[in-house]
Design a protein around this ligand. Structure first.
Ligand code: MRU
Length: 343
């Protein structure tokens, strides 16, 4: 099953989008059929579909859907809303732009061909990142035949199409017999780590533990992970990297512990038009997700929250960025390791 895909036209039924409803995981694995761009925008905003590469494919398929169903003017109007549905992951706008350029050149059929290419390229990119990432780990940690890997949020197949980015590397380590333990940060407030990454690790048959986000620094300082691997929503031209809130704290903790910190993301997540992390728009998702849990209020009535969905890890804290075509060495291994916490 793919996280998001195009269902071709059949008989009288026009083509449409089908996606796994990630809100329902880990309890229920079910798919939703999406017949309009408005419905797709809702699915993006309520995180039924999420993760930067999957958002890129959603954007491209959304253009194909609009082009198929609407007049050119109406399509353009709704495509602009789709492009802005979530601001931080550059892949969404990138996927929209790729299919829109094809639409401008060759109409609805060209838009669909371009959207399917975005989908297929993502599948190939994730396979390439898994290869490159595992090779890099062999070079960085030659004396560790089996690795403990810490990660945050969900960067697996659910965040892409068939295989993930950082979790795609973890999956390959597992298949190669090189994964000792995956440590998944739960990822407050929406629990992408506890709900989705744990679900994927369980399906893989990998050995894993979930930790509360605030345990990460201590687990790292006590030698609980050999490497931290995360995904990215937007990588600025200088290497500053936006990813799920908590990633920056994880990078600081990795530097303190002297543990390599790797970002694994496709080239499409690199945004040369954004000079540095300060220019990245950070989505604020409002108070409700923080002030209640599973529908039960956990804060006093009237309490407001700050809820930035992402943070920016400065390039100086990143050891390397692994993409589908290269390894960008940022040299954060130079960050001096602080003495390990007393065990
Ligand atoms: O809010 P989300 O769940 O869309 O956030 C996702 C992340 O932060 C991922 O780490 C990132 O998109 C990379 S996914 C391969």
């Amino acid at each position: 099953m793919r996280t998001i895909d195009w269902v071709p036209a059949e008989g009288q039924s026009p083509g449409h989008i089908r996606l796994v409803d990630q809100k329902l995981l880990p309890g229920t694995l079910s798919e939703v059929d999406v017949h309009s761009v408005e419905q797709l925008i809702d699915a993006i905003q309520d995180l039924s579909v999420r993760g930067a590469p999957a958002l890129g494919v959603a954007g491209a398929l959304g253009v194909a859907l609009a082009a198929q169903n609407l007049s050119a003017d109406s399509a353009r109007e709704v495509i602009a809303k789709l492009r802005a549905a979530r601001p931080t992951a550059v892949n969404l706008a990138w996927g929209v732009d790729a299919a829109l350029a094809a639409f401008d050149e060759g109409g609805p059929e060209a838009a669909l061909v371009a959207a399917l290419k975005v989908r297929d390229d993502d599948i190939a990119a994730c396979e390439a990142m898994a290869e490159r990432g595992t090779e890099l780990l062999s070079r960085l940690l030659p004396d560790r035949p089996r690795l403990n890997v810490m990660t945050i949020c969900n960067t697996g197949a659910l965040a892409a199409i068939e295989h993930g980015t950082a979790l795609g590397v973890v999956e390959k380590l597992h298949h190669d017999g090189r994964l000792a333990l995956a440590v998944a940060c739960e990822t407050r407030p929406l629990l992408q780590g506890a709900r989705l990454t744990a679900w994927e690790l369980k399906r893989m048959g990998a050995d894993y533990r979930v930790i509360v986000d605030s345990a990460a620094a201590s687990v790292l300082a006590r030698g609980g992970a050999d490497v931290v691997m995360v995904g990215a929503d937007r990588i600025a031209a200088n290497g500053d990297t936006a990813n799920k809130i908590g990633t920056f704290a994880l990078a600081l903790a990795a530097a303190h512990a002297g543990v390599p910190f790797l970002v694994v993301a496709p080239e499409s997540t690199i945004d040369p038009d954004t000079a540095d992390g300060g220019a990245i728009e950070i989505e604020d998702r409002g108070s409700e997700e923080v002030c209640s849990f599973a529908g039960v209020r956990t804060t006093p009535e009237g309490t407001a929250a700050l809820n930035p969905a992402f943070d920016v890890t400065p390039a100086g804290l990143i050891t390397a960025i692994v993409t589908d075509t290269r390894v960008i060495d940022l040299g954060a291994s130079q960050v001096p390791a602080h003495p390990t916490e007393a065990a």
